[in-house]
Design a protein around this ligand. Structure first.
Ligand SMILES: Cc1ncc(COP(=O)(O)O)c(C=O)c1O
Length: 388
């Protein structure tokens, strides 16, 4: 074969990642989206899903998605600025804004796009974004796309944030996950809000892992803590507890108008497909009609945390279904991930860059759809593997 420098570079890069234990491989999953399925040919119970309430397979949600496909078709046919401004999206926004007590909600094709779009809309070269070191990759990429100055403050450290705010140039924007996806820890939104008010800053809160799991009726962490105001923007995703896909950015009227004006990730992307919009609307309806689902999730989350015991990383929000077990080394983490799969449990190992170097971990996620026996089972398998 003739030499191919581009291909040599690709092969070398992948080999380096493999040597460091950081190579990512996709698994093949068969069966539906519920917690019991087949992965790489083995029947497993899934403990790595974001479908916290089991709504991805809820009959009402499935039926709504099917009906939308039959009645309206599938693709939205374009960005909402072109041909994709369907009424069902506007209805979903209105219902969501009412549920969350927000002035407006603006739907985005994904949580990733929502986070990039809000930072594009509010940021700019005249702004400094103050970003928690543990923030989700989509917020990090949003900071870059916004062309703002960026100051990263220590994870969950409002004292460090305050010091950086004091030095920040231009318009300050504080951005944080509300419940962090890698360990279930909650941001101190009350302290962040106090600082935002003192420094006339925006406060952007990504509630991806809090909608449906945290706060009154699953309304999220800001609702639980009473953090609200024109300067507060909340991002909620339909891809986690609502079991669908897409997201919404919730905030004051000018925030929506700026998003439609400057949020490139929204403006230049096709609107979500009809079945997805219908599924998100139906799942929201189930959440509003059956708040006991959230309580069931809390019971399962408590049981998982109890069974994993002192191996669980401390500091998670009490209602978070995420239980992290530190393993440190990426190679060891993926050995444990594989050993759990061999025992019939899909538990995702997290390695850099998802988490900081030296903090690789197993991330177990409880769902309202798990049985108590399944939770006992995964905890027993983990205990066996971690026992000396
Ligand atoms: C905290 C957080 N924000 C945003 C996203 C992106 O959401 P989506 O998967 O809907 O693009 C995720 C998903 O992994 C997330 O964990």
């Amino acid at each position: 074969m003739p030499p191919s420098p581009p291909l040599d570079w690709a092969t070398e890069t992948l080999l380096a990642d493999e040597r460091a234990g950081l190579l990512r491989r996709l698994r093949r999953r068969e069966g539906g989206s519920g917690p019991r399925c087949v992965v790489d040919g083995r029947a497993v119970v899934v403990f790595s899903s974001n479908d916290y309430l089991g709504l991805s397979v809820h009959p009402t949600v499935r039926e709504a998605a099917s009906r939308a496909a039959l009645e309206l078709g599938v693709g939205a046919t374009g960005s909402r600025h072109l041909s994709g401004g369907h009424g069902a999206i506007a209805d979903l926004e209105e219902t969501l804004a009412g549920f969350l007590g927000a002035a407006t909600a603006t739907v985005a094709p994904s949580g990733y796009a929502a986070n990039v779009a809000i930072l594009e809309a509010l940021g700019g070269p005249d702004a400094t974004v103050l970003s928690d070191a543990g923030n989700h990759a989509s917020l990090i990429d949003g900071c870059r796309a916004s062309r703002s100055r960026v100051a990263v403050y220590r994870h969950l450290d409002s004292v460090d944030l305050e010091a950086r705010l004091a030095r920040a140039e231009g318009r300050p924007i504080i951005v944080t996950d509300s419940v962090f996806s890698t360990d279930g820890a909650a941001a101190d939104l009350i302290a962040l809000d106090r600082l935002a008010r003192r420094h006339d800053a925006w406060l952007i809160v990504d509630e991806a892992h809090a909608l449906g799991t945290t706060g009154p009726g699953g309304r999220g962490l800001a609702a639980e803590l009473g953090v609200a105001g024109d300067h507060v923007v909340r991002i909620v995703t339909f891809s986690k507890a609502l079991g669908a896909a897409g997201a919404a950015i919730c905030g004051a009227e000018p925030v929506r108008r700026l998003l439609l004006q400057r949020g490139r990730a929204l403006i230049f992307s096709t609107a979500p497909p009809h079945p997805t919009v219908a599924a998100a609307r139906a799942a929201l309806g189930v959440l509003m009609a059956e708040p006991e689902l959230v309580l069931r999730l809390h019971r399962r989350a408590r049981l998982l945390r109890l069974r994993v015991g002192e191996r669980a990383l401390p500091g998670a929000h009490p209602s978070s279904p995420i239980v992290a077990v530190l393993s440190g080394d990426p190679v060891r983490t993926m050995e444990l991930d594989r050993a759990l799969w061999e025992r019939g449990y899909l538990v995702q190992g997290l390695r850099p860059p998802t988490v900081e170097p030296g903090t690789s971990r197993l991330r177990l996620v409880a769902s309202a759809a798990h049985s108590e026996a399944e939770i006992d089972g995964v905890a027993a398998a983990l205990t066996e593997l971690l026992s000396p």
